[in-house]
Write a protein that binds this ligand. Structure first.
Ligand code: FES
Ligand SMILES: [Fe+2]
Length: 349
């Protein structure tokens, strides 16, 4: 169901603080993980399950670099080795918890869920984080109760902007008319397209004069499990060419999104949006992020209802349409990696 040998986003780095008992519990690809910071600032990711009686270590206590289970007091080092069992001097070999490779990059925390020997930080996707000096990026997160394959299909086909986001970030019938170029990569897909001569979306219409039109440039990098990075640029209509654009720039933005499957039925969605310092004006990036909070609730309403129906009839023969090209390619990459690891694919989507 889940690719093991992959970096999964475990959240924004500011969510794991130096607070005395700040232990952050996550479910990532069917595993329970507890995150905390050592006094040095380095993040630790351990299995959130005590090997004694399966108490949640995330209900435990930080002690220096270590974590103590607050049920019977067993203590674990940052590498998962047990260093103390109250009431006995011998520590059995099996008294340890799994430690996951963990990296902070672009203000996200990344956890490797597979073979630690294969945890290459170079496989972490490109992103523009809120601490990037050239961009004013605002962050957020959301829980969605659907299988992550539905999120992949949603993000790999932006034609739904016409319908799902009619009142926020979309609304134009030109989105389903766009012809994205999808290029496969070893662990995902890049997509590129323009949507031309469109009015401002409902969320920003109040900022522009009646009749204003824009050309929109979409450049997207998608990687497994479901990381989606978009360089989205807005030009005054008719001023930008097909190539590297030389048009009249209205806004230059990045939105970085990581959808982390928790289990078969839910995901944690960590996302951001913001403008370049060159095109930011006070409040723009805040407004972009606030708009995404509303828009992703629109997606969640669709996907959660869809998820219930797919679970009811997982083998129903559904029809395919031309707009499925992007989702089909991205899910093909995911299924290829699942097959390589000997994992069964999920039925949903
Ligand atoms: S359950 Fe953790 S020490 Fe007993
Ligand atoms: Fe959407």
């Amino acid at each position: 169901m889940f690719v093991r040998n992959a970096w999964y986003c475990a959240g924004w780095n500011y969510e794991v603080t130096q607070g005395r008992d700040n232990l952050v519990a996550r479910e990532i690809a069917g595993e329970r993980v507890v995150l905390y910071r050592k006094p040095s600032g380095e993040i630790v990711a351990l299995e959130d399950r005590c090997p004694h009686r399966q108490a949640a270590l995330s209900r435990g206590r930080k002690e220096g670099d270590s974590l103590r289970c607050m049920y019977h007091g067993m203590k674990f080092a940052a590498d998962g080795a047990c260093t103390e069992i109250p009431g006995q001097s011998v520590i059995p070999e099996r008294a340890c918890v799994r430690a996951f490779p963990v990296v902070e990059k672009d203000d996200w925390i990344w956890v490797w869920m597979g073979d630690a020997a294969k945890a290459d930080p170079k496989l972490i996707c490109f992103a523009v984080g809120p601490s990037h000096p050239d961009w004013v990026i605002r962050t957020s997160k959301m829980r969605v109760n659907c299988n992550y394959r539905l999120e992949i299909a949603n993000l790999a086909d932006l034609s739904h902007l016409a319908w799902v986001h009619e009142n926020t970030v979309g609304g134009s019938r030109k989105y389903p008319e766009a012809k994205p170029q999808h290029t496969l990569t070893p662990r995902g897909m890049n997509s590129f397209f323009w949507v031309r001569q469109v009015p401002p979306t409902a969320a920003v219409a109040h900022l522009f004069a009646e009749g204003t039109l824009f050309d929109l440039r979409f450049e997207i990098q998608m990687t497994v499990p479901c990381n989606w990075i978009m360089h989205f640029t807005i030009y005054t209509a008719g001023t930008a060419t097909e190539g590297d654009s030389n048009g009249q720039l209205v806004a230059d933005t990045y939105t970085c999104q990581a959808v982390t499957p928790r289990d078969a039925d839910s995901v944690d969605y960590y996302y951001s949006w913001g403008a370049s310092r060159a095109t930011e004006f006070p409040g723009l990036s805040d407004m972009l992020r606030d708009t995404l909070n509303i828009a992703f609730r629109e997606d969640a309403d669709v996907l959660e209802a869809q998820h219930i129906r797919v679970k009811e009839r997982p083998h129903l023969k559904t029809i395919d349409i031309a707009l499925d090209a992007g989702p089909g390619k991205m899910l093909w990459v995911l299924d290829k990696l699942l097959k390589e690891e000997g994992e069964p694919r999920t039925v949903a989507a």
